[in-house]
Design a protein around this ligand. Structure first.
Ligand code: ATP
Ligand code: HMH
Length: 268
């Protein structure tokens, strides 16, 4: 059994953030652990409130895990503000780290700033160089680099520009492209394209969180990066295809579709 850690925010509606990450780790038969950076009051319609955890409890959660349990891979999601970023970087640096996937969460699908705008610089300077992989979506990539991205060619240029900021691998996610859901992976030398037709659905709450957690679980199992991303892309595509129409807005994906199918579990 491999052990995966998510350092992220709690999503009360269960599809994204810590809850989505732990479901994804479990769906990959890995043991999930969590460090909560913030608690959000959100549902399928929006984010209504956020309470950030104090830096001391963030540090204590990280230390409690690393001082006791082997961590095979880490995912970082919502980090809210400068103090949170600083304490995560400082505390993690005390340990020898496994692969680290950083999802640079900035703005929720409903338009809420999950990262305070003034914290962008700290995220890039303190956490990007520690990351094995970063997984920005298109609005995040545009925000970090300061130019518009409308097609796959510009996504490749963006991947190169992001690579110069320190991560070993870049995955620019194309979920916000109009015509395809193609993601581009860059390792500093080669590009790898993960092509997928856009699925016509509104139930895409937490797709980014779940994709990065699936990659994390695959890295924990020792998959090389291209294989980890390929398998995670297949996982998220299935999860989106079977998304749940719960709530009045953007519903969550189905984290356990394949497992339920194999087990013959009826859930409808
Ligand atoms: N409609 C869709 N059909 C197929 N794949 C999709 C669709 N929407 C997103 N994806 C895929 O889901 C993954 C997550 O990408 P996306 O760009 O949506 O992340 P995100 O915006 O960070 O998500 P969130 O903020 O909700 O967590 C990517 O592999 C993307 O290509
Ligand atoms: C807590 C949290 N993290 C990340 C996202 C982005 O999907 C979200 N909506 N909520």
């Amino acid at each position: 059994m491999k052990h995966c850690l998510t350092i992220a925010g709690s999503d009360s509606s269960g599809g994204a953030g810590i809850q989505g990450d732990l479901k994804t780790f479990s769906a990959h038969a890995t043991f999930g652990m969590s460090v909560i950076t913030a608690v959000t009051a959100q549902n399928t319609q929006g984010v209504f409130d956020v309470e950030d955890m104090n830096p001391s409890i963030i540090a204590n959660q990280i230390e409690a895990i690393f001082d006791d349990i082997v961590v095979h891979a880490i995912k970082i999601g919502m980090v809210s503000k400068i103090e949170t970023i600083e304490v995560i970087a400082k505390t993690l640096k005390k340990y020898s780290l496994p692969p680290l996937v950083l999802d640079p969460v900035m703005i929720s699908k409903s338009g809420y700033n999950l990262l305070k705008p003034e914290a962008k610089k700290a995220l890039i300077e303190k956490l990007f160089p520690m990351a094995t992989l970063i997984t920005p979506n298109l609005p995040e990539t545009e925000e970090i680099l300061g130019y518009k991205i409308k097609n796959l060619e510009v996504m490749k240029q963006a991947a190169k520009d992001l690579h110069s900021l320190g991560p070993d691998y870049i995955l620019v996610k194309g979920g916000h492209l109009a015509y395809t859901a193609t993601d581009i992976l860059y390792d500093g030398k080669n590009f790898y394209s993960f092509k997928q037709e856009r699925i016509k659905t509104t139930h895409t709450h937490g797709t980014g969180c779940s994709l990065s957690s699936a990659i994390t679980a695959n890295l924990a199992k020792g998959f090389p990066m291209t294989k980890a991303v390929k398998a995670a892309k297949e996982y998220i595509t299935t999860a989106i295809l079977h998304g749940f129409p719960i709530g009045k807005g953007v519903g969550p994906t189905h984290h356990f579709y394949e497992l339920y199918k194999k087990a013959g579990i009826q859930y409808e």
